[in-house]
Design a protein around this ligand. Structure first.
Ligand code: PRP
Ligand code: URA
Length: 207
């Protein structure tokens, strides 16, 4: 049985339904991807390490909380870019690390074309961002690259997945939690998620 955290939040389910709609405009599609990424990001990072922090309000001192852990947002190009902006607003201290993969349309295998992971230590937590987890090939390749870089704590955030993709990522990287807005029925013969939303990159970038 594929293992993933699938949100049940009504705001997420409502926005995800609008996102799927073929009549949703490009503008609205981009904004919905951004908002869903933020909502999912909040759900997926409840265990982020914090520390106490003294703050002076206009009335008194109080001990508050601040995020202690360093964070990397890792959008898989291209479609993952649609999720990165919203999360960078949520976590302004996060670094953004880009990885580029496209899917070979016949073999449905990921082809790497961009990797700008810097020299030096990986952040405490890496969030891999991609709206679609279909066969799982792109997500697995992204996690492979992050682990080769030295990342030890990684989570995958996606908007929609097929059961096959969740299972493949679970098997390849059982230590990587998967957070989703929706888990769909299946992949079709072209590797598209059904019912899905179509091609996320094309709908985001009007290609
Ligand atoms: C899409 C999507 C994922 C990948 C998922 O990208 O954004 O990266 O397919 O499929 P998989 O789980 O079978 O690997 P695509 O290759 O279409 O590139 P794009 O983001 O540039 O459109
Ligand atoms: N990539 C997409 O953009 N959509 C799918 O349904 C599968 C892979």
């Amino acid at each position: 049985m594929p293992q993933a955290f699938v949100s049940h939040h009504p705001a997420i389910l409502h926005k995800l339904t609008r996102l799927r709609d073929q009549n949703t405009s490009t503008d609205d599609f981009r904004e919905l991807v951004r908002q869903l990424a933020v909502l999912l990001g909040v759900e997926a990072t409840q265990d982020l390490g914090t520390e106490s922090w003294l703050v002076h309000t206009p009335l008194a001192e109080c001990v508050g909380t601040r995020i202690r852990e360093s964070l990397a947002l890792v959008p898989i190009l291209r479609a993952g870019l649609g999720m990165a902006d919203g999360l960078a607003g949520l976590f302004p201290h996060a670094a953004v690390r880009h990885l580029g993969f496209y899917r070979d349309e016949e073999k449905l295998e990921p082809v790497a074309y961009y990797n700008k992971l810097p020299d030096g230590q990986a952040e405490d937590l890496c969030l891999v961002l991609d709206p679609m987890l279909a066969t799982g090939g792109s997500a697995i390749a992204a996690v492979d690259a992050l682990k080769a870089w030295g990342a030890s704590r990684i989570k995958f955030l996606g908007l929609i997945a097929a059961p096959q993709g969740v299972q493949a990522l679970n098997e390849a990287h059982p230590d990587v939690p998967i957070h989703l807005c929706g888990l769909d029925e299946r992949l079709d013969e072209r590797g598209y998620i059904v019912p899905g939303l179509g091609d996320a990159g094309d709908r985001l970038f009007q290609t």
